[in-house]
Ligand binder design. Structure first.
Ligand code: SF4
Ligand code: SF4
Length: 401
């Protein structure tokens, strides 16, 4: 979307939302006291609008959750309490809960919201306009573009990065998070990524700095890894101390040799009492098709591609805030020099306004798209499935292509 009234794009939506929110006494109830609900509880409490839980589980109604009361829907309806219900359930249960609240006479976008829609489209606006708090669901920082694998279709084009390439300096890591948290109040998940982040030599110091300085503003502090490296003890110690959650992308379906490595990694994480999750074995990826080059799209089509894409992958890099980590990294790693100046400069006073950052975060920019969108299949990538984690076998193999 193109900026037409920068820092005022959401004024009307905010006005409508706030009026409705005041009618509901600024209270948010979470219907679903599970993992999704807990994630919402954290951010609603930070803004002071959490009113309680509802859940169908009678055990939770008896005991409460996290020290919070849990009502049944009928108790809520009979109590006369009246807020917005935020339905927090996975794909399977959501239709059941939605039917339940509709049958109770509640209306969508008047009495209740589905959490994905609320958190993507409405809560960030409410948080800034009502509470002067900027909330960002997900942000990443790429510590190194080097990787221990060389996947042919790496969406960051890390296969093209020499193993001798310098990583982000620790000073730049500190500058990145300082710049970012000067403007942003709360983050749902803050992720250290790569390349392979456990190749980063200053990992324990980076974790310690972020953990010491900003941990209370981050709901989930995580590292996404391909699981090929068992971290050194000082890194494990830092992960435990600052409650870093490890997310392992499981490429063992394509690379059987990783099974043994994963066993060693699990043992180490278990021994060090670090929380982790292995994703499902990845067999297929979406192909963004960056290496196919420019699609020669015109402005209107580029804006359409960008608007349909809805990538959640924001990135910080020094004073630069990027909308799409793939666009930045592919351009840089393939030395395309495309869209190099397409970021929000967090050091510029004109970007001090939280509303400007909110708008950028939600997809507004001067052009309304990124130059790299011309090299990308965007939302259409889901239709182009490719085998996951296929490797470039040798450097010579790469040069021949
Ligand atoms: S493991 Fe991940 S970062 Fe590394 S080359 Fe493969 S897709 Fe890229
Ligand atoms: S369409 Fe644009 S914003 Fe979306 S992933 Fe591709 S380059 Fe990034």
């Amino acid at each position: 979307m193109k900026w037409t009234k920068k820092s005022h794009e959401f004024d009307e939506t905010a006005d409508r939302l706030q009026t409705a929110f005041y009618r509901k006494k600024k209270q948010l109830y979470i219907f679903g006291a599970g993992l999704i609900g807990e994630r919402l509880e954290w951010v609603f409490k930070k803004t002071g609008c959490f009113a309680g839980y509802l859940d169908n589980d009678t055990e939770k109604q008896k005991t409460g959750v996290n020290g919070e009361r849990v009502l049944s829907l009928s108790q809520y309806m009979e109590s006369g309490e009246d807020g917005w219900l935020i339905l927090a359930a996975g794909e399977k249960n959501m239709p059941l809960i939605e039917r339940q609240v509709l049958e109770a006479g509640l209306k969508r976008e008047s009495d209740f919201y589905l959490y994905q829609e609320f958190m993507e489209r409405f809560f960030p606006i409410l948080a800034v306009y009502e509470y002067d708090r900027l909330w960002i669901d997900l942000v990443q920082i790429s510590l190194t573009e080097r990787c221990s694998l060389k996947c042919r279709k790496c969406a960051h084009a890390c296969y093209a990065v020499e193993s001798t390439r310098s990583d982000m300096s620790l000073e730049t890591v500190k500058q990145s998070v300082d710049c970012f948290f000067k403007k942003v109040d709360m983050v749902g998940e803050f992720v250290l990524i790569g390349g392979e982040p456990f190749l980063y030599a200053d990992m324990s110091a980076a974790i310690a700095y972020i953990g010491e300085t900003y941990r209370d503003r981050i709901r989930i502090f995580s590292i996404t890894t391909n699981g090929t490296i068992v971290p050194q003890q000082e890194v494990l110690d830092a992960c435990r101390k600052y409650k870093v959650h490890i997310r392992v992308s499981d490429y063992s379906a394509a690379l059987g040799r990783l099974e043994k490595q994963y066993i060693r990694l699990r043992e180490s994480l278990d021994q060090n009492k670090i929380s982790y999750v292995f994703g499902d074995k990845e067999r297929q990826w979406f192909d963004y098709g960056f290496e196919r080059g420019s699609r020669k799209r015109q402005e209107e089509e580029l804006i359409e591609v960008f608007d349909r894409c809805k990538t959640p992958c924001r990135e910080i890099r020094g004073n630069r805030y990027y909308f799409c980590v793939m666009a930045r990294s592919v351009s840089e790693n393939l030395q395309l020099k495309v869209g190099e100046d397409e970021y929000l400069d967090l050091d510029q006073p004109e970007n001090d306004d939280k509303k400007t950052l909110l708008e950028f975060q939600m997809g507004y920019s001067e052009k309304g798209y990124l130059a790299m969108c011309d090299f990308c299949s965007g939302a259409e990538a889901v239709k182009a499935l490719i085998p996951a984690a296929e490797q470039w076998e040798e450097d010579t193999d790469r040069r021949e292509q």
